[in-house]
Design a protein around this ligand. Structure first.
Ligand SMILES: *[C@@H]1O[C@H](CO)[C@@H](O)[C@H](O)[C@H]1NC(C)=O
Ligand SMILES: *[C@@H]1O[C@H](CO)[C@@H](O)[C@H](O)[C@H]1NC(C)=O
Ligand SMILES: *[C@@H]1O[C@H](CO)[C@@H](O)[C@H](O)[C@H]1NC(C)=O
Ligand SMILES: *[C@@H]1O[C@H](CO)[C@@H](O)[C@H](O)[C@H]1NC(C)=O
Ligand SMILES: *[C@@H]1O[C@H](CO)[C@@H](O)[C@H](O)[C@H]1NC(C)=O
Ligand SMILES: *[C@@H]1O[C@H](CO)[C@@H](O)[C@H](O)[C@H]1NC(C)=O
Length: 517
């Protein structure tokens, strides 16, 4: 046991059988699998080669798709970043945790409430090592008291929000400026290690390489120590401004977005390869997905939702249906699935796989996906709620999916999917109430083009979906909004107390000392 410390748990089946003076124990070895969640940013349903993009270059993600299970109907709970991330980590709609409306900014005083229980927190009691690399976006707050190390993560190496929420000057080697504007009013982008800022502003050109090295070293170290681990690698790619290191600059014919995606793909390949070379691939559940749909207002420098309608910021399919791939050699049979699933379902699934108890006395919205993953059975999920980017209890839910149907009660375009979008439903930001709701059959019409709400044959579907909506909505408790308070003084600063703030928050990069593998 000592030699395989942490990796194995011995479950005593029968307490013990006593034969004369000998204790004989029937024990079953249960290994604790590792969990790796790879989370892309603003990567749309149509951006990967394996989801049909003609000019993307994603050989490693192609490989993951062909050796893993590719989800065709997988959803995030919000068309914007912070709420989507809150739901992934807690298995609860963001409405409950109060991560609404919109997203955290560098001067936000709030964050994911400490009493929310994350995937990292259900694994820590089982002696898992836990780490997040990359973008947190669930608050930093005064003295960094909402950073991931206060939500169950032993280690953090990354920027706590989007890299456009700070001054950006150089995105490509040797000296190419960043395309698309950044929010220059905030302090410069900080790179944290734990709760210490080790570089400000961060050098974007080398960032992905350093994230990848950190993640690889983390895997290698834990594999060597035979410690089970949870790695949550939340990429800055492919959020704007696009950036990439030297090898990926102009490496694709898809422009800066393609180059940034190519670097993300390279990194995914590095992580998978490290799992194999460290000998833990057969004992690791890997899940790749994206936080929300593409940032269409960036035009060709944003992503692509493929055949889905609209993108980021909207509750149309393009805003919330995302690519998703599960990979576990020997355990998950390669293929594709049409089963309905969501990031909400990751926490219960991880609990099943690892034997972690589900958080007690919290309402979970996720269901265990194990049956889809390992047995190719039906999803336990039949319905899904779409909340808008600017969610609030007065407006409530915008759309409801039930089986293959989706009803839109309220629609609204978004500046994130406009304003040059030729589809005015995506760009027009007027709130439109629909009674009866717009009704689409998503298996036959994934692009939400043909409204069935006035077709007599679908009246019973409308009634049924209305009942489902009433039931789900009556079970929803809105937590107090955490995205409200701001105070410029809390903006991350490596040079705390300096003047003029926040301009003076500039420190020479100091590398973390880690062994490169
Ligand atoms: C794809 O995976 C196979 C085996 O899993 C590996 O041999 C090959 O190098 C991979 N190719 C790429 C492009 O990652
Ligand atoms: C975790 O480690 C501690 C200290 O080594 C040990 O006492 C405990 O039994 C372990 N818990 C589990 C669930 O393995
Ligand atoms: C990349 O392509 C752009 C646009 O064609 C060009 O201006 C730039 O010099 C190229 N950069 C490198 C490093 O090749
Ligand atoms: C875990 O998932 C399997 C399906 O793979 C299921 O049979 C089992 O009941 C689940 N275990 C728990 C504790 O939910
Ligand atoms: C946006 O939609 C509203 C409601 O349908 C409509 O009244 C308005 O004219 C539209 N605005 C534009 C710019 O198309
Ligand atoms: C934000 O906080 C202020 C002051 O507490 C309050 O008046 C306002 O209603 C809050 N807004 C939201 C969206 O919660």
């Amino acid at each position: 046991m000592a030699a395989r410390r942490g990796l194995l748990l011995f479950y005593m089946f029968a307490l013990s059988f006593v034969f004369s003076s000998n204790h004989v124990c029937l024990c079953v070895e249960i290994s604790r699998p590792n969990v790796v969640i790879l989370f892309a940013d603003d990567l749309g349903y149509g951006d990967l080669e394996s989801y049909g993009h003609p000019t993307s270059v994603t050989p490693n993600l192609n490989n993951l798709s062909s050796n893993g299970l590719q989800f065709m109907q997988f959803y995030v709970t919000s068309p914007v970043c912070s709420p989507s991330r809150a739901a992934l980590l807690t298995g609860r709609y963001q409405t409950r945790s109060g991560v609404w409306p919109g997203v955290f900014i560098p001067s936000s005083t709030g964050g994911l409430p400490h009493n929310e229980i994350t995937i990292a927190e259900i694994l820590q009691p089982l002696n898992y090592s836990t780490a997040i690399v990359g973008k947190w976006h669930l608050g930093a707050g005064k003295d960094g008291n909402f950073l991931p190390i206060y939500q169950g993560f032993d280690e953090y190496y990354g920027i706590p929000y989007s890299h456009d929420m700070c001054f950006c000057s150089k995105c490509f080697y040797p000296n190419d400026r960043c395309f698309d504007n950044c929010d220059i009013q905030y302090s410069r982008c900080p790179l944290y290690h734990g709760k210490t800022i080790i570089e400000q502003p961060v050098d974007l050109v080398t960032l992905e390489k350093r994230y990848t090295s950190y993640a690889k070293e983390y895997i290698s170290r834990n594999a060597q120590n035979e410690t089970p681990f949870f790695l949550y690698y939340a990429y800055q790619h492919t959020h704007h401004p696009q950036f990439a290191s030297e090898e990926f600059r102009n490496s694709t014919i898809r422009g800066t977005f393609g180059d940034s995606l190519a670097e993300l793909d390279w990194s995914v390949g590095q992580i998978i390869e490290q799992l194999h070379t460290s000998g833990v691939a057969q004992n690791t559940f890997v899940f790749f997905t994206s936080d929300n749909g593409p940032s269409i207002f960036r035009e060709y420098r944003g992503g692509c939702a493929g055949l889905l309608k609209c993108g980021k910021g909207t509750t149309y399919e393009g805003g919330q249906r995302v690519p998703a791939i599960a990979y576990w050699p020997g355990k998950i049979k390669p293929g594709r699935t049409q089963e309905l699933a969501s990031t909400l379902d990751l926490l219960p699934t991880v609990a099943n796989i690892t034997g972690a108890p589900l958080p007690a006395s919290t309402t979970l919205d996720g269901v265990d996906m194990s049956q889809i993953l390992f047995e190719r059975m039906k999803s336990q999920r039949e319905s899904f709620l779409y909340y808008p980017a600017e969610a609030n209890p007065k407006r409530g839910v915008f759309a409801v999916r039930y089986k293959q149907y989706k009803a839109h009660y309220i629609t609204k375009g978004s500046t994130l999917s406009g304003p040059t979008n030729v589809d005015h439903d995506c760009s027009n930001t007027s709130l439109i109430h629909h009674s009866p709701p717009l009704l689409f059959e998503l298996n036959r019409d994934p692009g939400e083009r043909y409204d069935l709400s006035t077709d007599k044959r679908y009246q019973s579907v409308l009634e049924e979906i209305g009942k489902i909506r009433d039931k789900l909505v009556s079970g929803m408790t809105w937590g107090k909004s955490q995205i409200n308070g701001t105070d410029p003084n809390v903006e991350p600063c490596c040079n705390s107390g300096c003047k003029p703030f926040p301009k003076c928050c500039t420190c020479k990069g100091s590398e973390v000392n880690f062994i490169t593998v």
